[in-house]
Design a protein around this ligand. Structure first.
Ligand code: ZN
Length: 214
């Protein structure tokens, strides 16, 4: 079973919730994040499908944020309601103001409620690995010491591993948590052109891997 342990309200008064599984004895701690970007609802879909299986007696403790960006989700846009790309708003050493419209990371780092919430979750939960669900590239990207996990997830999904997305991402969550804090961060880019059933078939064992094998 899972229970709500922490929440916050966005600027437009939508709730962001952190859940945890109720296992008191566990090996590792796993954080799973959906809908960093509002127009990428696939992550929340998979999380809900996984929760429908009523996961129990897990080896690892799971912390789950089904939707980090509910305001963006309602608008079907990448950014939050302030027009800020949350995945460029983290206080990394290479943070900078960018003029790139779709990737605008704010006028200062960690300016957003959503960003602060996730920074707080990291501090309090101290996860051993993080899965951040995105779309639409169909690759397994990773930051920090996550190569082995990335390879395993690639085997499961059939999506290729890419250690570098191919362009600089100052202020990204992967930089903040993976590169600068040495946490294993898997950024799983889900395809956008597949049916939900196919998506679940390809990815359900990723959840099982993180819950019981990692
Ligand atoms: Zn994304």
């Amino acid at each position: 079973m899972i229970k709500e342990i922490k929440s916050v309200y966005t600027k437009e008064k939508r709730k962001i919730t952190l859940f945890e599984t109720d296992n008191t004895i566990y090996d590792k701690k796993v954080l799973i994040i959906g809908v960093f970007h509002g127009e990428e609802p696939q992550g929340e879909y998979l999380i809900n499908k996984f929760l429908e299986t009523k996961p129990d007696n897990l080896k690892n403790k799971l912390y789950i944020i089904p939707c980090l960006n509910p305001d963006g989700k309602v608008k079907n846009q990448r950014q939050n309601s302030n027009g800020i790309d949350l995945n460029r708003n983290f206080p990394t050493k290479n943070w900078e103001i960018t003029t790139k419209k779709d990737y605008f990371g704010g006028n200062e780092p960690a300016s957003e409620i959503e960003t602060k919430f996730l920074i707080d979750v990291l501090k309090n939960c101290k996860p051993d690995i993080i899965l951040s669900l995105h779309a639409p590239f169909k690759v397994v990207n990773y930051d920090g010491p996550a190569e082995q996990a990335a390879n395993r997830i690639s085997e499961i999904t059939g999506y290729p591993v890419k250690s570098d997305i191919g362009y600089p991402t100052p202020g990204s969550f992967g930089n903040y948590a993976g590169v600068e804090r040495n946490l294993p961060v898997i950024t799983l880019e889900l395809p956008e052109d597949e049916t939900n059933e196919r998506l679940w078939e390809e990815n359900k064992r990723v959840f099982e891997y993180l819950a019981n094998e990692y």
